[in-house]
Write a protein that binds this ligand. Structure first.
Ligand code: CA
Length: 692
């Protein structure tokens, strides 16, 4: 018989046993010292620094494969795996979540949110997912169709699901949710297609909405949601709300529990061109900004706009990172970011005061950031109202979503950069917003009759003129220059991981995983995985053994535009996990053989092919690759079977392949226009055949 007291004790014991698996606020607060990987950026500060030292600069060469897991997916793998209580949680394309035994790779559960694939076209940059959040026994995932779903961490069973977006608009979620003060925070993407960005906080237990931060104001005639929007609207002109204004916060959202501030990196303008978006005027708050929000209300505490009046797709959604630095003799709580625009920023995160800003890549849109005003000093060629302007960096950014890391031991930020990023910006002459396509207000085709800006108007801009497309920088955030640098032949490479073993790990788009000495950049270890790595590695320890895991899978915007660094066609994604002395066989991933290429006749008529080329560039290239050449992640249209070309009209106009993610475009493209696109693709097929 149990007394009341012993029954209570038994209940408490059972309760604490059950909750041993749960992760709570104190686990998160102490995550920086954890042997696990508890949140997207490792801990609240998101420095991606692990204190583990079993694998170190003396023995990293002994790393071998512990286990691998085939993800059964053929598009980009961008997720940061989380590891807690011996379970590894990660995501793959179309927002599915899998849980593996972190020691063996054995599948514990696999959850498919059953996304209707006909919405895949809304994803500007592939149907990717960057990972889950973990809190109080629950796993949270944002889905590409805009839902936020809570799963039981042990069983994978769905606990609740909320639709976070207006499904009639082109919103997507690719980012990882974050936990802040019992809430789960999620943003969205869609500024390329036409959207108004926001971040929503939900109660982590119930999914009830706590607050929403709108990045940009809506139509003033409908009234402002709060005084922040009324304030922001003073920096907007024209009828920006018709396309949406943009600012979609699709990646970095981080939290400082001490200051009780949430920091959001906001996206670019929608459309890109400020002429078209805001009558060519205004800073357009809170586009391209780091915004600090009160965690209780979602109201703005301070903001710093990295690119006022964005004209170039210069998102500031890139990874935000918290650190304690002595800046000019004074201890500061800082927040750091390297947004697309090419400048590295260090701000005081209590106040938003700009402490440092210097270029980390060649920047031709500005010569620097004014120390007096905190604003960029734009060059004459920066804005492209009347001329075609060649600007560095371009829309891919000098740094994109690929996470950076920071080691407090070396004082260095390990930053994956795209040094060669550039673009010819041309304002579309007859821009009309149309649902179902990119609405950037930019000419995306090959042909343009618009005048080129005279060479005499170009100035050099700022920053190193590095001839390599990509580089890993070991960036000193106090001296504001690289301490060491690794040049890469390809622009896109993976995110980084720093450890107390004096190591930095990074994967590359040509299919390697590399380890460098964190202090001097010496290459210490490299392995050929066959398939591109764009995701960041993570590390964790179990039973006193340190593991290193990374997802490898080619996809994302660059792959869709037709760049293929490995040359492999549709390689399967794989999760790789290494330990010292691992003895499993490493078999690099290889792609599928391309189909036989037979001759298919086409109408070789110049005006028709030019029309097809322009329409293809505007409607198809962002997924199927420039000039119909696939980057390996999606089907190469030049290799389609003759039978597929026979049903081309039905695929493009009637949605015959909607289940594969191909939109139904009959409302926007006439039969004649679709025929022109088909003839253009066939001409590219013929050119490929002839080149052999
Ligand atoms: Ca963008």
């Amino acid at each position: 018989m149990f007394t009341t007291a012993s029954r209570t004790l038994l209940a408490l014991t059972l309760f604490s046993t059950l909750c041993a698996r749960a992760q709570d606020d104190s686990d998160l607060a102490n995550a920086s010292q954890s042997n696990e990987w508890l949140t997207y950026g490792h801990d609240y500060a998101e420095t991606r620094f692990s204190t583990l030292t079993e694998i170190n600069d003396g023995n990293v060469g002994e790393l071998g494969l512990a286990w691998s897991f085939d993800t059964d997916s053929f598009r980009g793998l961008e997720a940061t795996p989380l590891v807690h209580d011996g379970i590894l949680y990660a995501t793959r394309p179309w927002s599915s979540v899998f849980a593996l035994d972190a020691r063996t790779g054995k599948v514990l559960w696999d959850y498919d949110p059953q996304v209707d694939k006909s919405i895949g076209w809304k994803a500007c940059c592939d149907v990717v997912n960057r990972g889950v959040a973990l809190y109080d026994g629950k796993i949270y995932v944002g889905t590409i169709d805009g839902r936020l779903i809570a799963l039981d961490a042990t069983s994978g069973e769905e606990l609740w699901s909320v639709v976070t977006v207006d499904p009639s608009r082109p919103y997507t979620i690719t980012g990882a949710p974050r936990i802040a003060d019992g809430k789960v925070l999620i943003g969205n993407g869609g500024s390329e297609l036409g959207a108004r960005g926001y971040v929503t906080a939900y109660d982590a237990q119930t999914g009830a909405e706590a607050w929403r931060f709108w990045v940009v104001p809506g139509d003033p005639s409908a009234g402002f949601e709060n005084p922040d929007m009324e304030f922001a609207a003073k920096t907007w002109f024209g009828t920006w709300w018709e396309v949406g204004g943009g600012g979609t916060a699709w990646d970095s959202i981080i939290y400082d529990p001490e200051l009780r501030l949430v920091y959001v990196g906001t996206g670019n303008g929608s459309p890109w061109s400020r002429e078209l978006r805001s009558a060519g005027q205004g800073d357009n708050l809170f586009l391209s900004s780091i915004v600090a929000l009160h965690v209780d209300t979602g109201r703005v505490a301070w903001y710093y706009q990295t690119t006022p009046g964005d004209d170039w797709d210069f998102t500031a959604v890139q990874g935000l990172m918290l650190a304690e630095l002595v800046v000019d003799g004074r201890e500061r709580k800082v927040i750091m970011q390297a947004p697309k625009n090419g400048f590295f920023y260090v701000l005081d995160r209590s106040t938003g005061e700009l402490l440092k800003a210097e270029p980390y890549a060649n920047v031709t849109w500005a010569t620097g950031i004014s120390k007096e005003t905190g604003r960029p000093i734009e060059t004459p060629q920066a804005r492209y109202k009347d001329f075609v302007s060649t600007v560095m960096p371009g829309p891919g950014g000098a740094h994109n979503w690929h996470p950076m890391s920071y080691s407090p031991l070396t004082g260095l930020v390990y930053l994956p950069t795209q040094q060669g990023s550039r673009f010819n910006y041309v304002k579309a002459p007859d821009f009309q917003y149309q649902p179902g396509k990119w609405n950037t207000g930019i000419v995306l085709g090959n042909s343009t009759e618009l005048p080129q800006r005279p060479a005499s108007e170009y100035t050099t801009g700022a920053g190193p003129q590095n001839p390599t497309p990509g580089a890993l920088l070991a960036w000193d955030p106090l001296a504001m220059q690289p301490r060491w640098q690794i040049d890469y032949p390809n622009a896109i490479n993976g995110g980084t991981l720093a450890t107390a073993g004096n190591l930095v790990f990074q994967g590359t788009s040509d299919g390697h995983l590399l380890a460098y000495a964190a202090d001097d950049g010496e290459l210490l270890w490299s392995v050929d995985l066959g398939v591109a790595v764009v995701a960041p590695p993570v590390t964790y320890a179990l039973d006193g053994r340190q593991y290193l895991s990374v997802l490898a899978g080619w996809g994302g915007a660059t792959a869709l535009f037709g760049v293929n660094p490995t040359g492999e066609y549709k390689p399967e994604g794989r999760l790789w996990t290494f330990v010292l002395g691992g003895d499993q066989n490493i078999v690099p991933v290889r792609g599928q053989p391309l189909p036989e290429l037979s001759a298919v006749p086409f109408e070789n008529e110049a005006a028709l092919l030019q029309q097809g080329s322009d329409l293809y560039a505007e409607r198809c290239a962002m997924c199927h690759g420039r000039n119909a050449a696939s980057g390996g992640a999606l089907a190469d249209l030049r290799y389609a079977s003759p039978a597929t070309y026979d049903i081309f009209q039905s695929i493009v106009r009637d949605g015959a392949y909607a289940g594969l993610g191909m939109p139904k475009l009959g409302e926007y493209l006439s039969e004649a226009e679709v025929e022109a696109i088909k003839q253009f693709i066939l001409s590219q097929r013929a050119a490929l055949l002839q080149s052999r």
